[in-house]
Ligand binder design. Structure first.
Ligand code: E4P
Length: 215
């Protein structure tokens, strides 16, 4: 399973890249705003800065909601860097835009996916990635992981090559569950990735080994 980091924070992206396990980055307008990145020029420069830190795919989201606007924005984003994947919302014009981008050879990430039907539409339109938001489903008392399982079955039934990018991951257990049910990618906050490192028996065992090494 690929690990993406879900942030626009350059220091965190670098830390994850330096760990040697990072396969890509996802951003969204909220994450960009959180870093104080404002204005079109700064936003585009920030995407390039991210691409220069990592070697994998970097999702950059359009903010238009009409077909023409999404196409214009997406084409400009795709031209920025070969690692850019255009992130498009799961709405009617978004599906049309994904189909358009697919035919033009521009890679896409269909975002804000909350049902298997939406994931099926995204795959049929040719999305490179589909982003089901598991944490936000959990937040409304719906099993987010069940959605990942359902999409896995549907995509495998028909051989869709759209990658399942589990999004809105909140903690390390989500990552383990994603790996168990066959998500292709999990995009996570840095805290969830580094939490995978921790086990008290590792700490206890290491302390013992270091103490014994002095004997
Ligand atoms: C990723 O592509 C999404 O934008 C992100 O995972 C959403 O996460 P959140 O629900 O924690 O905001």
């Amino acid at each position: 399973m690929k690990f993406f980091i879900d942030t626009a924070n350059l220091a965190q992206i670098k830390e994850a890249q330096d760990l040697g396990v990072l396969d890509g980055v996802t951003t969204n307008p909220s994450l960009m705003a959180k870093e104080g990145i404002k204005g079109q020029e700064n936003i585009l420069k920030h995407y390039v800065d991210i691409c220069n830190i990592v070697t994998g795919d970097v999702s950059a989201e359009v903010i238009s909601t009409d077909f023409e606007g999404m196409v214009k924005e997406g084409e400009a984003l795709a031209k920025l860097h070969p690692q850019i994947v255009v992130k498009v919302p799961m709405i009617k014009d978004g599906v049309k835009a994904i189909k358009y981008f697919t035919e033009k050879g521009i890679r896409t990430n269909c975002t804000l996916v909350f049902s298997a039907g939406q994931a099926l539409l995204a795959a049929k339109a040719g999305a490179s990635y589909v982003s089901p938001f598991i944490g936000r489903l959990d937040d409304v008392s719906t099993d987010g992981m069940q959605l990942i399982e359902d999409i896995r079955i549907i995509y495998d039934n028909y051989g869709f090559d759209t990658e399942i990018l589990a999004a809105s991951v909140r903690h390390p257990i989500h990552i383990i569950q994603c790996a168990k049910v066959g998500a292709d990618v999990a995009t996570c906050p840095l805290s969830a990735i580094t939490a995978l490192l921790n086990h008290p028996l590792t700490d206890k065992g290491l302390a013992q080994f270091l103490a014994d090494a002095k004997k």
